[in-house]
Design a protein around this ligand. Structure first.
Ligand code: NZQ
Ligand code: ZN
Length: 392
C-alpha cells in the first residue's frame, strides 16, 4: 500500500434550499464578489436571481461575469481576470457546471499570477509553474458531474498561438473555501446532460478503481458504493429530473468521486480522461459524452493486462459469475457499456458526430494527448501505459 497524505479544506453546505446560505458563506471572505456564470442556464432557471439576492442580503455586492463556455477557454478566463483587476472584487463565486467552477478557480489564481497564465498548466515538454496564491473561491454547482466544487483541479482549453490544447492544473490554492451544494439547482439539467454527468462520475470512480493496483481494499469498497448508488439512482435522475432525492444522491456521488477521498493511497493516472480532454478540445463534445465512448473502449483494451481486477469489478458491481476470469472481465465491461446506453449516453465516436475518423484525425488525437502528458518512453501513463498506437 502506498503512503499518503489526505487534505481537503473545502466546507460543504449541502441540501435543498442551501443556496439561500450563499451570502452568509461568502461574506466571511469578501465584500465584492465576481459572480461567474456560463451561457445563461442559471438565468433561465432562476438560480442566478436566488444567488444574487442571498449575496446582497448579506451585504456582498455583485459584479457579473457571464459567457464561460462549456470546455472553458483560457482567453475567456483572461478577460475575467482583467475584470477582477478593474472592478476590485475580493472573492470569486462560480455558479454553474464544472466549466464555470474550473474557470472561477483559474480566474482567482490569475489575479496574482506573474507571467503568462499558460505556464500554470501541465504540459509534457515544459515545467509547470504552479500558482501559489488565489482569491477565495466559493462554488455553487448547478450540474452534478465533475466534483470541481470540492477539489483543487481545473481543466482549461488553451486557445492561443494557433493551438487548441485542453490541459489541467491541480494546486492547493485552488481548493474552494466553501461549496454551497443545492440539488434543487440541478433539476433543470436536461436528461442528456444528466446522463453525461453520470458517465463522468462513473469514469472518475472507475479510473481510480483500475489504478488501485497495489490493493487497498477499503478504497475498492468506497468506489463500489458510489458506482452501485449511481446504477440505482442515476436512471431515476435521468427519467424524472424533478426528483430532488435522486438529484441529491447523484450530486453527493459526484463530490465524493473526485474530492481526493477514494483516491487516497492510489496513484490516479486517468488515461481515459487525458484522451477525452483532447476529444472535447478538438470537437467540443460534452466531457461526459466523450468519456462514455472512450471508457468502455479503454476497459476492453486494459482488461487484457489485468483480467483479475476487471473480473472483480464484474462480480462486485454486476454480480457476474461463471465462466473464466477473462469471460467475467469481458462481461463486466459489456454490462457497464449497456448501462451507459440505457441512460442515453453515446458509446461510439460516430454518435458524437466524429464519424469514420480518418488516420490523420486519430493521429492528432493521440499526438495532442501526449503533448499534455507522457512518460520517459513517450507513453501516456496508466495501467497499462499507452503508446501512440495504443491510443489510436
Ligand atoms: O453554460 P450554461 O448556460 O450554464 O449551460 C451549461 C452547459 O451548456 C448547462 N447547464 C449547467 N447547469 C445547468 C445547465 N443546464 C440546465 N440547467 C442547469 N442547472 O450544461 C452544459 C454543460 O456545462 P459544463 O459546465 O460544461 O458541464 P460539466 O459540469 O460536465 O463540466 C465539464 C467541464 O469540466 C471539466 C471537463 O473537462 C469540462 O471542461 N472537468 C473538470 C474536472 C475537475 N475540475 O475536477 C474533472 C473532470 O474530469 C473534467 O475534466
Ligand atoms: Zn471527468
Amino acid at each position: 500500500m502506498m503512503r499518503f497524505e489526505f487534505f481537503n479544506p473545502t466546507r460543504i453546505i449541502f441540501g435543498a434550499g442551501s443556496v439561500e446560505q450563499l451570502g452568509d458563506a461568502v461574506r466571511h471572505y469578501g465584500k465584492k464578489a465576481l459572480l461567474v456564470i456560463g451561457g445563461g442556464s442559471v438565468k433561465r432557471s432562476g438560480a442566478f436571481d436566488r444567488a444574487v439576492s442571498s449575496l446582497e442580503k448579506a451585504g456582498v455586492s455583485v459584479v457579473e461575469f457571464s459567457g464561460i463556455e462549456p470546455n472553458p477557454r483560457l482567453s475567456t478566463v483572461k478577460r475575467a481576470v482583467s475584470e477582477v483587476l478593474k472592478s476590485g472584487c475580493d472573492v470569486v463565486v462560480g455558479l454553474g457546471g464544472g466549466s464555470v467552477m474550473d474557470a472561477s478557480k483559474v480566474i482567482a489564481a490569475g489575479v496574482y499570477y506573474e507571467g503568462d497564465l499558460t505556464e500554470m498548466f501541465v504540459r509534457a515538454e515544459r515545467k509547470q509553474r504552479l500558482p501559489d496564491r488565489a482569491l477565495p473561491v466559493v462554488t455553487v454547482p448547478t450540474l452534478a458531474a465533475t466534483g470541481s466544487e470540492m477539489n483543487n483541479g481545473s481543466v482549461i482549453t488553451i486557445d492561443e498561438g494557433g493551438e487548441r490544447l485542453k490541459t489541467f492544473v491541480m494546486a492547493e490554492v485552488l481548493y474552494p473555501r466553501v461549496a454551497v451544494v443545492d440539488p434543487e439547482l440541478t433539476v433543470t439539467v436536461p436528461p442528456d446532460f444528466t446522463a453525461y454527468g453520470i458517465s463522468d462520475i462513473l469514469a472518475h470512480v472507475t479510473e481510480t478503481y483500475f489504478c488501485n493496483v497495489e490493493e487497498f481494499p477499503i478504497q475498492d469498497r468506497f468506489a463500489e458504493g458510489i458506482i452501485l448508488t449511481l446504477l440505482e439512482w442515476g436512471p431515476i435522475a435521468v427519467r424524472d429530473g424533478q426528483n430532488v432525492d435522486a438529484r441529491a444522491h447523484v450530486q453527493w456521488a459526484s463530490i465524493v468521486a473526485l474530492n481526493g477521498w477514494i483516491q487516497a493511497g492510489i496513484r490516479l493516472l486517468a488515461p481515459v480522461h487525458m484522451i477525452e480532454h483532447t476529444l472535447s478540445a478538438l470537437y467540443d463534445v460534452p466531457h461526459g459524452a466523450g468519456l462514455a465512448v472512450l471508457n468502455p473502449a479503454w476497459m476492453r483494451f486494459a482488461l487484457r493486462s489485468a483480467p483479475g481486477r476487471f473480473a472483480k469489478f464484474a462480480e462486485r458491481i454486476f454480480g457476474v459469475t461463471g465462466g473464466s476470469l477473462e469471460d467475467r472481465a469481458v462481461e463486466g465491461v459489456k454490462r457497464f457499456e449497456d448501462f451507459l446506453k440505457t441512460i442515453g449516453c453515446p458509446t461510439r465516436l460516430s454518435e458524437l458526430g466524429i464519424g469514420d475518423p480518418d488516420d490523420a484525425t486519430l493521429q492528432q488525437i493521440a499526438e495532442d494527448t501526449l503533448k499534455v502528458r507522457r512518460d520517459r518512453e513517450g507513453r501516456l501513463p496508466g495501467y497499462p501505459a499507452l503508446t501512440k498506437e495504443d491510443i489510436i
